[in-house]
Design a protein around this ligand. Structure first.
Ligand code: IPE
Ligand code: IPE
Ligand code: MG
Length: 238
């Protein structure tokens, strides 16, 4: 059984429940985020060892700015620390990092740290690790459509020439395969504006475990469930 299991090429994760995890322990929400950040690092390594080629995690949505200012600051500081400290580890593990989302709203030092890490890891051939920051599926499509609109306005493109491939190439995940499996932790069963375009045929998996409690065993369970699915893409089983 184990051996003929298919490992999904691209796994996406909505890392939810940091706040509830902390609350249940009588801790401040930010402690949940701090623990959540440690779990991301472990799961990245586990995913790599399991043979997952692309891992995309939702770290901060376009809607998360509406949280109280101290919580937004704490989340940004965790991301800042990650960007500034993980270069050696990424080099050692051959990880290629890309941040998706609208980076222009982030503090300049964070933008610089992201650009530096992306540049330093871009030739790495190991796992591709995408971190979604100030990311919204709708926002990403708006930005992509604007870019195509500018090409039309410049006379380089006609509206009838726009294809699905062109839209896919105009959004933040350009060049990446669509996710095969999307995991959401902590019980909510919604997409919350994550990978709307890319997730057209993604298999969905929901677990009650809060993100700070997520483990390699949980990831294994999600992959086992994925292996029991029958993917059809609108056609009939081949
Ligand atoms: C996920 O945990 C992390 C982010 C959305 C940044 P939450 O902070 O949403 O935790 P809950 O859902 O309130 O428990
Ligand atoms: C989705 O979680 C965003 C991230 C995990 C970064 P939220 O907790 O923000 O989503 P909702 O509000 O429950 O839909
Ligand atoms: Mg939440």
């Amino acid at each position: 059984m184990e051996t003929d299991r298919v490992i999904p090429q691209h796994v996406a994760i909505i890392m939810d429940g940091n706040g509830r995890w902390a609350k249940a322990k009588g801790l401040p929400r930010n402690m949940g985020h701090a623990q959540g950040a440690r779990v991301v690092e472990r799961i990245l390594e586990d995913a790599d060892h399991m043979g997952i080629r692309y891992l995309t995690v939702y770290a901060f949505s376009t809607e998360n700015w509406s949280r109280p200012d101290p919580e937004v600051k704490a989340l940004m500081n965790l991301l800042r620390t990650y960007m500034k400290t993980s270069l050696a580890k990424c080099a050692k593990n051959n990880v290629c990092i890309r941040v998706i989302g609208d980076k222009s709203r982030l503090d300049e030092d964070l933008q610089r740290a992201i650009a530096g890490l992306e540049e330093a890891t871009k030739e790495n051939t190991g796992i591709h690790f995408q971190i979604a920051i100030n990311y919204g599926g709708r926002d990403e499509i708006v930005r992509g459509v604007r870019a195509l609109g500018e090409r039309i306005a410049a006379g380089e493109l006609r509206p009838e020439e726009i294809t699905e491939q062109m839209i896919a190439a105009s959004i933040d995940t350009a060049g990446l395969p669509d996710p095969d499996l999307l995991i959401r932790t902590c019980g909510e069963e919604r997409i919350s504006n994550f990978l709307l375009w890319q997730g057209a045929y993604t298999e969905l998996y929901f677990t009650q475990a809060a993100w700070p409690d997520f483990t390699k065993e949980e990831l294994e369970r999600a992959i086992d469930a994925y292996n029991r699915r029958e993917r059809r893409y609108g056609g009939l089983k081949g």
